[in-house]
Write a protein that binds this ligand. Structure first.
Ligand code: ASP
Length: 407
């Protein structure tokens, strides 16, 4: 319930910020000098948490692949399903954002220091993924390299077996610490959102809000498309379950995740729904779903794809094809490290932006409406986990179809 209260506070912060922005429109200097610094402070807090969070949670994510190895075939299929659907999800997001030109009808000049970096070629990008100096990568916030380093460390930890436990526990605790800190930072979101939106509205007028509305619509359409096209086809082709029955069965988890914006928090309900309504065996659901709540975030990936284009458009920057490919790669990998808690995707968005040299300040624009986006993306994250459990169960002969038909 506390979380919903925070949402309400964020909306109040947003509404008051817009109002203050309109009031200060005649004198935006006041908003810039006295209100914006609080927003900058909030943004710095978010930025501070990106690298430590990504690194520690990815090491832990990679370590949880240990079970994957043990589970062999099922593990491989599950991870492949998760990665492919996520990459497909970002692609839907990018295509939709490009077609709808989201954010394109409004522009805020980018600060010079954020001029987009010349995008390296695809081969260069791939070669660059392995950092020759991992500490440099951490210091400079080179996201792809940090991800690769984290995965390598995770694999190493698994590799040394029992002895690695202490390091696993260390990173696990470190990741917990980061979640805790982010939870605290989020408590300041109402003030942060107020302080960020006021100067934006004061300088650009309330017309700046229209693109945000379009962004929300684009993310909702992208998520709906992914559910209706991707999940519907996968469950009907591979598990021979009608999409209608699938969505009906997954509905309790979908509704719960929409209202809590936390896929981890929804996990018990997701498990209950797929077992009792969709006939997935306990042994499959108890492996596929917790793993999914940790590494599979299709909704978040769609959101990141759309937001990246939105921010590029707002700042009048062009994203090359290779930059967009980088987004697909980073967003897919980022989904492994995104915690299933409210707001985590927004922090990871910072990292996706950084990977292609987009101004991280763009997050500030989105922060005000992020909760509305978070609810939808979380619902898709959870639905994706449920769809995967049905498909894997069916392929292993662990799906009791009678449960579905009797409903
Ligand atoms: N809130 C999302 C989830 O729990 C993660 C995100 O912020 O994208 O799945």
């Amino acid at each position: 319930m506390k979380k919903m209260q925070l949402t309400t506070k964020i909306f109040i912060g947003l509404a008051l910020g817009i109002l203050a922005g309109i009031i200060f429109q005649s004198n935006p200097e006041i908003a810039n000098s006295y209100i914006k610094p609080f927003g900058t402070l909030f943004l710095n807090l978010i930025k501070l948490s990106i690298v430590p969070l990504v690194f520690s949670s990815l090491v832990v994510g990679a370590c949880s692949m240990d079970d994957v190895r043990k589970l062999g075939r099922i593990g491989g299929k599950t991870v492949a399903f998760y990665m492919l659907t996520t990459a497909f999800a970002v692609t839907i997001g990018l295509i939709l954002a490009n077609i709808s030109n989201v954010g394109g009808d409004f522009s805020i000049p980018a600060d010079l220091e954020f001029e987009i970096t010349a995008a390296p070629s695809v081969i260069e990008t791939l070669l660059n993924i392995i950092p020759s100096n991992p500490l440099k990568a951490l210091v400079e916030g080179k996201m792809l390299q940090i991800i690769a380093f984290a995965l390598i460390i995770g694999a190493g930890i698994i590799g040394i077996g029992e002895k690695g436990k202490v390091l696993f526990n260390f990173f696990d605790a470190f990741a917990e610490v980061m979640y805790k800190i982010i939870g605290k930072i989020m408590e300041f979101a109402p003030i942060g959102v107020f302080a960020l939106i006021t100067p934006v509205v004061a300088e650009n007028g309330p017309a700046v809000l229209l693109p945000l509305l379009k962004l929300i619509i684009a993310v909702y359409i992208g998520c709906a498309l992914h559910a209706l096209l991707t999940y519907s086809s996968l469950v009907s082709i591979f598990a021979k379950i009608s999409p209608l029955k699938f969505f009906k069965g997954a509905a309790p988890a979908m509704m719960f995740s929409y209202s809590t914006a936390s896929s981890s928090g929804t996990l018990p309900i997701t498990m209950k729904s797929v077992e009792e309504n969709l006939g997935v065996s306990k042994s499959i659901s108890s492996f596929v779903l917790p793993l999914g709540a940790t590494i599979n975030m299709d909704g978040t990936a769609i959101y990141q794809g759309i937001c990246a284009i939105f921010i590029a458009n707002i700042y009048g920057l062009d994203l090359s094809i290779s930059a967009q490919l980088t987004i697909i790669l980073t967003a897919t990998l980022a989904s492994i490290g995104t915690a299933g808690v409210p707001g985590a995707g927004m922090i990871m968005l910072g990292m996706v932006l950084q990977s292609v040299g987009l101004p991280i300040e763009g997050v500030a624009l989105i922060a005000g409406v992020d909760r509305i986006l978070d609810m939808m993306r979380t619902m898709i994250n959870v639905t994706g986990d449920a769809a995967c459990s049905v498909v894997i169960a069916s392929s292993e002969g662990e799906l009791n179809k009678e449960v579905v038909t009797s409903k």
